[in-house]
Design a protein around this ligand. Sequence first.
Ligand code: HEM
Length: 202
Amino acid sequence: MPVSPPDKTISFVIKPVLFLLCLLPLGVLVWAVFNDMLGANPAERLTRETGEWTLRFLLITLAVTPVRKLLRSPWLIKLRRMLGLYVFFYASIHMLTYIWFDQFFDVDEIIRDVIKRPFITVGFLAFILLIPLVLTSTNKMIRRLKKNWVKLHKLIYVIAVLAILHFFWLVKADYQELIVYGLILLLLLFYRLYQQRKKGVY
Ligand code: HEM
């Protein structure tokens, strides 16, 4: 039976290390910007990289529950909130790069784009749906909402499907990466359904 680290180790070692690790992708991007390493179209590269990191953090957050069960390490749940907040953090930077470099803060143009281009509509919807999850991520809200908190936070699966759709509509030729992310999400969704079935929900 795997042992759980003491609470102090989780709070003062594991969480700070994870916090810094999650900032690493942003650090690498900032470093690349200042060293002119983003290729011919740095703005597009920034939007793409931050979009991919948003999706990766989303899948990592969804993987916490299956991994903690497989490894029999319930303490891993204590890391989930931070990972979830990083989804929003990277999604915000991703959206900011779009608003800044694609649309130059032109609100009318952004609204038109959200209505006109399905991949932007879906990305925007995924971002909006993240907001209630962030606002209810505090201990106080978890206590206050009780069972409704669990129901509300199932939205994360909807967000993940929208994120894959957003990526799908964007890709024109090379589907390899999209297929990998899509298969990971499918696996996580099947696991979730399997768990619900075991509990007798379906
Ligand atoms: C949860 C929310 C979101 C996720 C997970 C996400 C994820 C992604 C991913 C994976 C890509 C493709 C990266 C690649 O080609 O390698 C992408 C591209 C893109 N996303 Fe998002 N996105 C989200 C929200 C948004 C929002 C809100 C907007 C703007 C309103 C947006 C605008 C874009 C644009 C413009 C690109 C294409 C960049 C380019 O090729 O020039 N995304 N996103």
